[in-house]
Design a protein around this ligand. Structure first.
Ligand SMILES: *[C@@H]1O[C@H](CO)[C@@H](O)[C@H](O)[C@H]1NC(C)=O
Ligand SMILES: *[C@@H]1O[C@H](CO)[C@@H](O)[C@H](O)[C@H]1NC(C)=O
Ligand SMILES: *[C@@H]1O[C@H](CO)[C@@H](O)[C@H](O)[C@H]1NC(C)=O
Length: 446
């Protein structure tokens, strides 16, 4: 019996020896591979021992507990653990800024802020926040500031609304110009969300004073431009003043003046005011011509059209194309003469028209002192509106007597002594006597 018990013991010892490694394997838990996490301790995990699950930064363990117990054979309680990506809470509220529309914020998420209208982000500040691995948001310092409009500078004017240290979105400002200046632009402006003034900053412009007044007339402004704050006696550059006279008076000078600048700086009226006066011009005297309209006197500025007795006539259907084709000749006038044929009588004669003259009874044609005994004389109308030489009808003997008288007159005026004139007259008398005799002689021979 003892012998057999010893043998059993020996057998058990052998069994234990053989099974020991198998049993020890069965009692251990191998270290599992956990994404984004690990267990501690990570070795010698035997049946019943515990380990702690630790997740990487930004990850959190799944399940209620992080303490694990080895159940042997690779089994754990609670079941095999895992680490999942953690989330951040809602991002912080940034003053005067809005953020993107996300609702889930896993670690690493970035959220971008933008400043609300009227605000602008500070240049050196990043508008981005990131969900950190400790599940907090990276800090954004003050991001948005109110938009500022440039401080008003208005030469020759001033701000009448309350002065401010700085002008931000929504602020209003009102201006007024100094005396002698007029505001160009809007009197009231507002700082806009983009940092500009709207309407744009006005400026103060020089003005012309009241325009000169005239007697017996009045003036009116032709400029319809409206300027707030523009008083009745202020006229900006370019203003036009138009003058008019009382009924029946003539306006002398320019009827309009305008506000301008000679030196590019000061504004002046372009000229003196016109005058209103009674002006009548007499009818102009036109030799060989007429004037239209008819009348004895004419007011200042009236225009007259003159037409000449000798005129050009129109040769074209086109009223702009006036071609001088020919000039007409007026009826020829001959003292003590007349047209031989009444068929020749015309108001105007065309070029190359011919007329034939005869002298009145008792008269004869004379040419250079020599009487022509021919019964007729022909003249032709020339292209320049004149006649070829017209005849002279003279009473017989007239030519010589007249010439002699003229000669004597000339001689006496030249201071020729009276004695000599007397002699000349004697000679003249003799000459006439001879002439008379000659005529009588001719009559006898007929
Ligand atoms: C594991 O346990 C064995 C036996 O107890 C020991 O010799 C060994 O040093 C242990 N290993 C570690 C890393 O603790
Ligand atoms: C989270 O981490 C950031 C950067 O590593 C650090 O500045 C901040 O203080 C941490 N927050 C907390 C609450 O520990
Ligand atoms: C007038 O006569 C001249 C000479 O005969 C001639 O050359 C000319 O064409 C004529 N003019 C007219 C308008 O008939």
């Amino acid at each position: 019996m003892e012998e057999s018990l010893r043998w059993l013991g020996q057998v058990l010892a052998v069994v234990v020896l053989v099974l020991r490694p198998v049993m020890s394997l069965e009692m251990q838990c191998p270290v599992p591979s956990i994404p984004h996490g690990q267990l501690t301790p990570a070795q010698n995990l035997t049946y019943g021992s515990t380990a702690m699950l630790q997740c990487d930064a930004g990850y959190i363990p799944v399940g209620a507990t992080t303490t694990l117990r080895c159940l042997g054979g690779g089994r754990w309680h609670p079941r095999l653990p895992a680490c999942v990506l953690g989330h951040c809470p809602y991002p912080p509220v940034i003053d005067h800024a809005d953020r993107g529309p996300q609702h889930e914020f896993p670690v690493g998420t970035t959220v971008i802020y933008s400043c609300r209208p009227g605000y602008t982000s500070l240049p050196e500040v990043s508008p981005v926040t990131t969900c950190l691995k400790n599940f907090t948001w990276s800090v954004i310092p003050k991001l948005c500031q109110k938009v500022q409009c440039p401080s008003p500078v208005i030469p020759n004017g001033r701000v009448v609304s309350p002065r401010k240290a700085e002008y931000t979105f929504g602020h209003h400002m009102e201006f007024q110009c100094d005396h002698g200046y007029v505001l160009r632009g809007s009197q009231r402006i507002q700082c806009w969300s983009d940092g500009t003034w709207r309407p744009p900053m006005p400026y103060c412009d020089k003005v012309c004073g009241p325009p000169p007044k005239i007697t017996n007339g009045h003036h009116a402004s032709l400029t319809t431009e409206q300027h707030s704050g523009l008083r009745a006696e202020q006229f900006p550059y370019g203003s036009v003043i138009k003058y008019s006279c009382m009924e029946g008076l003539s306006l002398i000078g320019d009827n309009a003046i305008y506000c301008t600048s000679d030196d590019g700086e000061n504004l002046v009226w372009s000229g003196p005011a016109p005058q209103c006066r009674v002006v009548r011009c007499p009818k102009p005297v036109v030799a060989s011509g007429r004037m239209a309209p008819q009348g004895l006197t004419f007011p200042y500025g009236a225009a007259g059209a003159f037409s000449c007795d000798v005129f050009y006539y129109l040769h074209s259907d086109d009223p702009l194309l006036w071609v001088s084709l020919s000039v007409l000749c007026p009826p020829p006038q001959v003292l003590n003469g007349r047209l031989k044929s009444t068929f020749d009588a015309e108001t105007w004669y065309q070029t190359n028209a011919t007329v034939t003259f005869e002298c009145l009874h008792g008269y004869e044609f004379a040419d250079n002192g020599v009487m022509s005994s021919e019964g007729s004389w022909t003249a032709t109308c020339l292209p320049d509106g004149t006649w070829t030489q017209l005849p002279k009808c003279k009473r017989e003997g007239d030519a010589d007597v007249c010439e002699e008288v003229l000669y004597i007159k000339m001689v006496s005026e030249c201071g020729v002594p009276r004695e000599e004139i007397k002699n000349l007259l004697e000679i003249q008398k003799l000459f006439l006597e001879i002439k008379k005799l000659k005529v009588e002689l001719e009559n006898l021979t007929k």
